[in-house]
Structure formats: C-alpha cells, structure tokens
Design a protein around this ligand. Structure first.
Ligand SMILES: Cc1cc2nc3c(=O)[nH]c(=O)nc-3n(C[C@H](O)[C@H](O)[C@H](O)COP(=O)(O)O)c2cc1C
Length: 355
C-alpha cells in the first residue's frame, strides 16, 4: 500500500501471527532507464514471510526488465498493479487504466513472464467504468502465464465508494483455472472467512482492515484452528501504537516524519474506537509525538475490549462489510448456480451504496 507498507511497517506486521505474505507499495516503472539499485532496494525480505513486490507500468520491455531485476533480487512474487485508480496513473495509462486494453496487458504480462522464473501475479479491479470485460481481462492474465490473480471487485470509477462486489470474485473463480484471491472490505475476521468460503476463492488479501485492526490475521488463523480469537482491549491497542511509534522515531530522521506516519495509522485504528471519533480528532490535531503519546495513554489504554470494534465477528459493526451489503446478500441466494453468478457480472449489478 502506497505510503504505508514500507519495509519497517511490513516488519511490524510480519512479526504478528497469522500473516501469509507481505506486499510492497507499488514501484512505478516508466520508460526512463531503469535504476536497478533503486529497484533492488525494494526487495527487503523478512525471514519466514514471503514477499510480493509490486510494479506498475505499461511498457512491455521496461516491465520485463524490472520484473527480472526484482525476481533475481529475491522477490517471492512479482506482481503487476492493474488497479491503481489515481488520476496520475490514469493519465499515464497505467494501473487500472490498463484494464481498458486486455491486449496491452497480455503483452506486458507475457514479457514479464519470460523474465520471472518464480511466481507472477496481477492485481486488478473489476474494470474501468463497468465490469463487463472482467472475464476477458482475467483470461488475458491467465493466458499470459500469471500464477494467480488478485481481484478488488470495485470499478476504477468507484475509487473506494460503496462496498466491494464479491460476486465478481466468485464469478472469476468459477471461470478461470488459476487461483483467485479476493480483496476488499474484509473488516472483520470471521465474516472474511465466511466470504472466502461462500465465494470459494483461494485466499484473501487484506489492506485497510489490517491497519484498522492489526490483530485481524491472528484472529483469522485462530478461527481456522478452532481457537478463541483474541479481542484486543485498550491496553493492547495502546501498546501496539507505542511500539510502532518507537520504531518510527528510531528509523525516521526527519523530525516530523514519525508524526505523519503515526497519524496515518491512527487514522485507521481510530475508526475502530467506538467514541464518535473523539480519539481520532484529538490525535490528528496533535503537534508532537509526546502529545500523541499522552492522548493514547488517556483515551485508548483504559478502554475495555467491548469499546473497540476489533472483535473477530464485528459485534459493533462500525464498518460496512460485503456480507451485509445488498448485492452480496443477493449473491448468497444465487451462489449455488455458477451460471447465474456469471450472468450477474454486468454493469447494472455493480451497484453502489455510498458510505
Ligand atoms: C493508502 C492506500 C494505498 C494503497 N496502495 C496500493 C498499492 O500500492 N498497490 C495496490 O495494489 N493497491 C493499493 N491500495 C489498494 C489496496 O491494496 C486494496 O486493494 C484496497 O484498499 C481494497 O482492499 P481493503 O478493503 O482490504 O483495503 C492502496 C489502498 C490504500 C487505502
């Protein structure tokens, strides 16, 4: 995740139980000569946790060179970003903009395939402004030789509006042969596992929900092994934030940098505190690390677990989940009929329910 999953943050998350793979932020590959040193520097591995290195670009030769470099440098997975929705990416014809051109993405991925002996993947959205071409896109990715595909089932034009349409994940799973990983709005551990089962996908990628609840991977692992999932209380959340703050302060030498990084994470963790966003507002106004520390100690540390929306079942439901969205509820009624599912993947069914 851009601006978040740098090596330091990946290390913090990888130390926590339950995580299967960590992913870098995207690295933009332009037509300018590739700086191999810069690219190799992205491949910072954590012992025991596979690393996926994501690159973004649309020039087949440059992407092949970049893929070869990160693969040789030890990336366990080389991933192409076909989902970035930003205006800048779209203007440059990269990220989600490539979903408009399955021939181009086939060409780029095929050239990457030739240079990556290991695992190659593609991360896509449901489409540019409608989902009608999703199957053609996925088939192009499969034909180019990717080992798996990650689908965030929102359109580029949705940005982060509404709720991810996981029926699209199920439809792809039933129609292509390579593994399909679903991604989007898995805010709580138990519903995420239900969703994976209902959509029959091969895995789940979790982004923002892990920033909001850093215990989510552990909870999923505990549920899978029939243990009682941890439900963090205020003291645990405060300890996590203090640990992170200590690491940011030790590693980042620009004085304001740790404050910015902490506020980014607090922006997510604060969403899980059932206090009408009081903590969030106060912490985001803080001017120093010391001030943030005091706010955490007074407003978070004393909280009981039930005031924190990190229960594995999502008891407080402060976030909207795919399981509870109309379109995905509708899916569960048709999920026994794969043909009916695929017929649902068209624009009129990619409905929106804004937050
Ligand atoms: C701050 C931020 C940065 C992101 N950076 C990337 C990125 O570099 N590459 C990528 O494929 N997706 C990126 N995403 C999208 C997420 O990987 C993910 O697809 C999206 O947030 C939906 O999943 P979630 O609900 O689990 O967060 C980013 C999202 C956010 C909020």
């Amino acid at each position: 995740m851009e601006g978040v999953t740098d090596p330091l943050f990946r290390e913090v998350m990888a130390e926590r139980p339950g995580l299967g793979v960590v992913c870098t932020e995207f690295v933009r590959i332009s037509r300018a000569p590739i700086r191999a040193v810069h690219l190799r520097a992205e491949v910072v591995k954590i012992p025991g946790v596979p690393l996926s290195v994501q690159i973004m670009g649309n020039d087949a030769d440059c992407m092949a060179d970049a893929a070869g470099i990160v693969s040789e440098a030890g990336a366990d997975i080389v991933d192409i970003n076909l989902g970035c929705p930003t205006r800048k990416a779209s203007k440059n014809g990269v990220g989600a903009a490539m979903l408009k051109d399955p021939d181009l993405l086939y060409k780029v991925l095929s050239s990457m395939r030739a240079r990556v002996p290991g695992c190659l993947s593609a991360k896509i959205r449901a489409g540019w402004d409608d989902a009608t071409h999703i199957l053609a896109i996925a088939q192009a990715i499969e034909a180019a030789g990717a080992n798996f595909i990650v689908v965030h089932p929102r359109l580029r034009t949705d940005a982060f509006k509404g709720v991810a349409d996981w029926r699209i994940v199920a439809a792809l799973k039933s129609q292509i042969s390579i593994p399909v990983i679903g991604n989007g709005d898995c805010w709580y551990a138990a519903p995420a596992l239900h969703l994976q089962k209902a959509m029959q996908c091969d895995g789940i990628m979790i982004g923002r929900p892990a920033l909001r609840n850093p215990w989510i991977f552990q909870q999923m692992a505990q549920i899978r092994s029939a243990e009682t999932p941890v439900h963090p209380d205020g003291a645990m959340v405060a300890a996590f934030l203090h640990d992170l703050m200590g690491r940011f302060c030790a590693a980042l030498h620009v004085p304001t940098a740790p404050i910015g990084r902490m506020k980014e994470i607090i922006g997510w963790v604060g969403r899980a505190i059932d206090d009408d966003r009081l903590f969030l507002r106060q912490a985001l106004r803080a001017k120093s690390i010391q001030e943030i520390q005091v706010i955490i100690d007074t407003m978070i540390a004393p909280l009981p677990a039930h005031a924190i929306d990190m229960h594995s079942e999502g008891l407080l439901q402060l976030e909207k989940c795919p399981e509870n969205s109309d379109k995905n509820t509708e899916f569960s009624a048709v999920s026994r009929h794969p043909c009916a599912v695929s017929s649902h993947v068209h624009k009129s069914h990619v409905t929106r329910t804004d937050f």
